[in-house]
Design a protein around this ligand. Structure first.
Ligand code: ASP
Ligand code: MG
Length: 461
């Protein structure tokens, strides 16, 4: 449907009455401009955490502490509802329905505490109340503001496997059911209001899509309905050209490809988890990140593929500069590596055994260098590697990664990168097989300076 947009609002966008009121205004504006919004909401900020904690407390027999948590949550929701819904009759209805949810929740927690057992099934059921409450309140608020909001139950159409806490979406079933359940509401000219995150397992139990799963819901609904765009509304203006805590003059990235976003996510650009938007991106539905506190800002558009034409010359070849701090480098030397097979396997068996993941790898005939982001088993790893190779460890290193689809087509880009950094000792230079990133290692103490110099080079005006 050409005018349909899925608008997902995260926890901070619904954290209090003011925030939900803003959400209502944002949706209203869309309706006025002739679009057909489908609204997906997370639980209020920290709501899911509180529910998880209450479940854990109950299972440890601390039922009064669990009850206290729930009482606070009830208070918070009631206050939000009271501020948003002024009509006494509506508020009375809403309060009664919220009361039912909280009573069910308390019964569940009592059961957990009596049995001293918290199964994943029950856990999924407990956390689902966060989204149920947020959407219930928002639907009343929207109606009071003149919109015909239809509160739906995501468990009728977001179907997963039987992994209750991290359900794997069953795409075919989701598409078929969403088209009916949500599609008909949109066609009737109403605004569907849908819980993010919550789902139902194939065996009919409540499940959830894993933490942060509301983006996943939005993407699945958008895919099923062939939406024009999916909007992820959060509390930042979009993805940035670098970490603003380290670099001055950062800018919002206006357009980025799914692959680029995935590279950046690995470096902790936590605006969203790219895997959760894959269903949408695979269908070439654009995903836009927007700030609900500044709706006029364009945000960042994530596309299946960004047009290569828009990045002329070296300056725009880099989309973003990311980094990882406190990286450990292990250099492994062995003459026996020469003309022998199985050497790398031997090395990686050691990392494997200690469950330590390796980020960057560079090799020569007689040397392999790897970076680790955690040194928990460093001593053990060093000892075991030393049995068959000479090993040196460098601490206080940092990993820098420049990401951009056009890195692969731009002549002289590496010259430009390393020209700027000629004052520093750079090691482990590597270009990923995807050719959309260039990574290297340098001393942690030079990280900030180096990032600023790179940023000045690639993003001035
Ligand atoms: N409320 C859920 C969570 O906190 C889902 C989400 O926020 O996307 O993980
Ligand atoms: Mg969230």
């Amino acid at each position: 449907m050409s005018m349909m947009v899925v608008m997902k609002f995260g926890g901070t966008s619904v954290q209090d009455a003011k925030a939900i009121d803003r959400v209502c205004m944002i949706v209203r504006t869309r309706l006025d401009s002739g679009q057909r919004p489908v609204v997906v909401l997370s639980a209020i900020a920290k709501g899911t955490d509180a529910l998880i904690e209450a479940g854990a407390l109950a299972s440890e027999g601390k039922i009064s502490e669990a009850r206290e948590k729930i009482a606070k949550l009830r208070e918070r929701h009631l206050q939000i509802a009271r501020e948003l819904v002024k009509d006494e009759k509506s508020f009375g209805d809403l309060r009664a329905r919220m009361g039912d949810y909280f009573n069910d929740l308390e019964d569940l927690l009592k059961g957990v505490s009596l049995l001293s057992e918290l199964s994943t099934k029950i856990q999924a059921k407990i956390v689902s109340y966060g989204e149920l409450l947020a959407t219930l309140i928002a639907s009343y608020a929207m109606r009071e503001r003149g919109m015909s909001a239809a509160l739906l139950d995501a468990r009728d159409f977001i179907i997963t496997d039987n992994n209750y806490l991290k359900g794997e979406p069953q795409l075919e079933e989701i598409i078929a059911r969403t088209k009916v359940s949500v599609g008909k509401v949109v066609e009737a000219g109403m605004v569907p209001v849908i819980q993010g995150f919550i789902s139902r397992s194939k065996d009919g139990m409540p499940s959830v899509l894993g933490r942060g799963g509301s983006d996943y819901t939005a993407s699945l609904v958008g895919m099923a309905l062939d939406a024009k765009e999916i909007e992820i509304w959060t509390d930042v203006d979009g993805m940035l050209t670098a970490d603003p805590r380290k670099v001055q003059g950062t800018k919002i990235i206006s357009e980025i490809s799914f692959e680029e976003a995935a590279e950046l996510a690995y470096f902790g650009a936590k605006v969203l988890h790219p895997l959760t938007i894959r269903p949408a991106v695979e269908k070439s539905i654009p995903v836009r990140i927007k700030n609900s506190q500044a709706p006029e800002v364009e945000g960042t558009l994530i596309l299946n593929r960004t047009g290569d034409h828009d990045a002329g010359g070296g300056a725009r070849a880099v989309k973003s500069i990311a980094c990882k701090e406190k990286v450990i480098v292990i250099n492994i030397f062995s003459m026996r590596m020469l003309n022998s097979y199985g050497f790398l396997k031997k090395i990686f068996d050691v990392f494997d055994k200690h469950r330590t993941s390796v980020d960057l790898i560079t090799t020569s005939e007689v040397n392999v260098s790897v970076t680790l982001d955690n040194g928990e088993y460093l001593e053990e790893i060093k000892t075991e590697l030393s049995a068959f190779a000479k090993v040196s460890v460098e601490n206080d290193k940092a990993l820098v990664c420049l990401v951009g689809n056009n890195l692969k087509n731009t002549q002289g880009i590496t010259g430009k990168i390393f020209g700027v950094l000629s004052d520093y000792k750079i090691t482990m230079i590597s270009q990923g097989a995807s050719l959309i990133n260039v990574s290297f290692v340098l001393d942690q103490e030079h990280l900030k300076e180096a990032l600023q110099k790179l940023h000045n080079t690639f993003f001035k005006n």
